[in-house]
Design a protein around this ligand. Structure first.
Ligand code: DGL
Length: 272
């Protein structure tokens, strides 16, 4: 027996992995892009489902959760953290960056690319209530949106649909219709998917918007930025592992992750 039985515990559990988190399963849309760009990296995903949805909570709750999950990942030894949640980014990315030594890459609504793409000059931004009301989004609109009409649309209920993997029901179609149709009626030809849950509703959104309307999901851009930030610390050999944790109901999250990610995913509990 080792004379120092606790020595093994001193090594961080996920040394050199990449941490990715969201309020729930939405960030899997970003994880998918990261996995495609970085097949050899070990990925650790946290769904903070015990405290979701973030979009309807106040800023101090969102900041406190972002710092708690971010610091947990940093303590496990990850070499980078990806905030796969627009709401957490616009409210708390700055605080997390101030409080951790680990590089943080954060998704944000793709308003700049939307401005480059629109022909009608009307852009719809679909996001959570906190995101559409945030100062960060107001700044992005001022910075890039000159001469364009940017319609900010909160979509209550959409996150809950995705959290139940309810992507194709009549209720889903109705809720998508409710928030997308008015934007298209006002001339929007480009819609920003400003919440990481929404790419899972892409089919329903495209059906309502029509084939000619662009849907922008910045997940691949986030993955490219992560590759850039990793630089020489990027792993390029072998197959990486993917681990899933949740602060919510493990059985429920397991079912949805199996649906949205794949049957081989195993979800473990992360103490709330
Ligand atoms: N997926 C998160 C985002 O990108 C928000 C979901 C929530 O409201 O918890 O904004």
């Amino acid at each position: 027996m080792s004379p120092h039985p606790t020595t093994a515990l001193a090594r961080p559990v996920f040394d050199h992995a990449i941490g990715v988190f969201d309020s729930g399963v939405g960030g899997l849309s970003v994880l998918r892009a990261i996995r495609a760009a970085l097949p050899s990296e070990d990925l650790v995903y946290v769904a903070d489902s015990g405290h979701a949805p973030y979009g309807d909570q106040n800023e101090s709750h969102i900041t406190q959760r972002t710092l708690t999950v971010g610091q947990w990942l940093a303590q496990q030894g990850v070499k980078a953290i990806t905030i796969a949640c627009n709401t957490a980014t616009v409210v708390a990315a700055r605080s997390l960056r101030e409080q951790t030594h680990v590089p943080v890459v954060a998704i944000e609504p793709a308003i700049k690319p939307a401005v480059a793409l629109t022909r009608t000059g009307v852009i719809g931004v679909l996001a959570t209530r906190q995101t559409v009301q945030s100062e960060s989004v107001a700044k992005l609109c001022t910075q890039y949106g000159e001469g364009k009409r940017i319609l900010l649309q909160a979509c209550p209920g959409w996150v809950e649909l995705v959290e139940q993997a309810n992507l194709h029901s009549p209720l889903t179609e109705a809720l998508v219709q409710q928030f997308v149709a008015p934007l298209v009626a006002q001339g929007a030809d480009t819609l920003v998917l400003g919440c990481t849950h929404y790419p899972f509703l892409r089919d329903a959104i495209q059906r309502v918007a029509g084939e000619g309307v662009h849907l922008l999901d910045p997940a691949e851009a986030v993955a490219r930025e992560l590759v850039r930030r990793l630089g020489q610390h990027r792993r390029t050999e072998g197959d990486g592992t993917t681990r899933f944790f949740t602060t919510g109901d493990v059985a429920q999250v397991q079912r949805v992750v199996a649906d949205l990610w794949g049957d081989d995913a195993v979800v473990q509990a992360l103490p709330s």
